[in-house]
Design a protein around this ligand. Structure first.
Ligand code: NAI
Length: 409
């Protein structure tokens, strides 16, 4: 990044909590910010005390940023959630204070896809039983029921980031790929789109779920849908625990109607490492149970760290908000020899006109203008020639619709 902020970089205080990946900390430090890095999460009292001084906050899932904390975060420019979820942050409170929140929703896509492919092969070869019996001292050398995956049909439900990666990897193994999605998706390789869920369930030897956890997908695979599956087929779920009716699945595995399952996500999951986990699927043959580790790899952790660090750095340095979860998304060009004014405002009629009038009256030449809105917040970026002054910033700050103004040069 070549830009500097009007505010000296070494005075931008960045608080990084919860032991972020060392490369992301290093990347942020390399920008010359004043970085405080802690291994642990902060509780609300600790956060309330420090947050008034902080410009950028980086957390994972265990530090809660409440509306109360946001109300005290007078200097806060942005929050980085160095994880997938952002439920730990009051996104609305952040938004109305003009604080974009960034996360890394797709940094672990490949990790999930690789686990799914491994599971398809494990189910096909009944590896769980074979491995367990070898560990128990049994020599169960039989080919009965063990299959190659080549030539078999994999049905993918939800052809998004993960679904598409699974599709590519499965074809490389010689599988036929069908997919079903509610949205029109570009087909990868020779995969075939099917018109409805039933068609996919009836034709697939392995069905894998990659849909989001929404009201529409809750319970989408119940007894009726499981009964559409081929006899002896297998089900894989590494999406969300709410998507599959586990009792209905357990019944069909026990009766032998389905040959196996690999489940990584559950309707109720233990809150912390070490808590007891129980499921009706425990103890069933050819059922792989994993503790929600689809995306848990060293590479994914590193990618998450770098992705969020870069989003924060880009926002501080040039105002880009691409990928913000609670804020207008704007990808901004690198700044040439100019000033950039970032004006975050309430999204009400007439703001653009007022700002343009202020610039016109000041005789400032605008070289680029970008405006994005998200719900009740607007984000206006004005690139101006070098004569943009402190006066214009004062005038902008005095507008009643203004939430925040920042100048970069
Ligand atoms: P994505 O948003 O890229 O893809 C989801 C796809 O599902 C989209 O193409 C969407 O159009 C489609 N879809 C939505 N509703 C549908 C419906 N009712 N029927 C059919 N298709 C539907 O999401 P991504 O990144 O591929 O993630 C998929 C799932 O994997 C999510 O539930 C996510 O939470 C989960 N996940 C699980 C991890 C794990 O550790 N097991 C790690 C990462 C993600």
């Amino acid at each position: 990044m070549t830009q500097t902020t009007s505010f000296p970089k070494n005075q931008i205080k960045v608080l990084l909590l919860e032991g972020l990946h060392k490369e992301s900390v290093r990347r942020i430090e390399a920008e010359g910010f004043h970085v405080i890095s802690e291994k642990r999460a902060y509780d609300e009292a600790e956060l309330l005390e420090i947050i008034p001084e902080i410009h950028v906050l980086g957390i994972r899932s265990k530090t809660y940023v409440s509306a109360k904390a946001m109300a005290k975060a007078k200097r806060l420019l942005s929050i980085g959630a160095f994880c997938i979820g952002t439920n730990q942050i009051d996104l609305r409170a952040a938004k109305i204070q003009g604080v974009p929140v960034f996360n890394a929703p797709y940094s672990n896509t490949r990790s999930v896809a690789e686990l799914v492919i491994a599971e398809v092969i494990m189910l096909a070869r009944q590896l769980f039983g074979k491995i367990s019996s070898a560990h128990a001292g049994e020599w169960n050398k039989s080919a009965a029921g063990s299959m190659e995956v080549r030539g078999k049909t994999l049905g993918i439900i939800g052809y998004g980031h993960i679904g598409q990666q699974v599709s590519v990897l499965a074809e490389a193994l010689g599988m036929r790929v069908l997919f079903y999605d509610v949205v029109d998706k570009l087909t990868m390789g020779n995969a075939t789109r099917v018109p409805d869920l039933r068609d996919l369930m009836e034709r697939s030897d392995y069905v894998t779920l990659h849909v989001p956890g929404t009201r529409d997908t809750q319970g989408m695979i119940g007894a009726k849908q499981l009964d559409w599956m081929k006899s002896g087929a297998c089900l894989i779920n590494a999406s969300r625990g709410t998507v599959v009716d586990i009792d209905a699945l357990a019944a069909r595995l026990k009766s032998g109607r389905l040959a196996g399952a690999a489940i990584d996500v559950f309707p109720e999951e233990p809150k912390s490492v070490g808590d007891r986990f129980s499921s009706p699927l425990q103890g069933l043959p050819n059922v792989l149970l994993t503790p929600h580790i689809g995306g848990s790899t060293e590479e994914a952790q590193r990618n998450i760290g770098l992705e969020v660090a870069m989003k924060l750095i880009r926002f501080v340095n040039n105002g880009s908000t691409e990928g913000a979860v609670n804020f207008p998304n704007e990808v901004l060009p690198e700044m040439a020899d100019q000033h950039r004014i970032l004006h975050i405002h309430q999204n009400v009629p007439g703001v653009l006109q007022k700002v343009n009038t202020l610039f016109g009256e000041a005789g400032i030449n605008v070289t680029g203008q970008f405006l994005r809105t998200y719900e009740d917040v607007g984000y206006l970026i004005m690139d101006a020639n070098k004569n943009a002054t402190q006066k214009i910033i004062r005038d902008l700050k005095n507008m009643p619709e203004t939430i925040k103004v920042r100048a970069l040069f």
